[in-house]
Design a protein. Sequence first.
Length: 57
Amino acid sequence: MRLGAAVHRAASRGASRADGLDLLAAFVRDRECRAMEVLRCAGVAVAPLVTALEGEV
């Protein structure tokens, strides 16, 4: 599901392949996913990340 969202995001910006930022944006859409939990536990300030990517998601 998230990989598909990353590929869709990449295609919407004209890219033929998804990159790390596309995948991160897909994770941000699912704020309760394990990846976001890991980022929070690692001390990453998730709220600014979400805010920065929301316009692109």
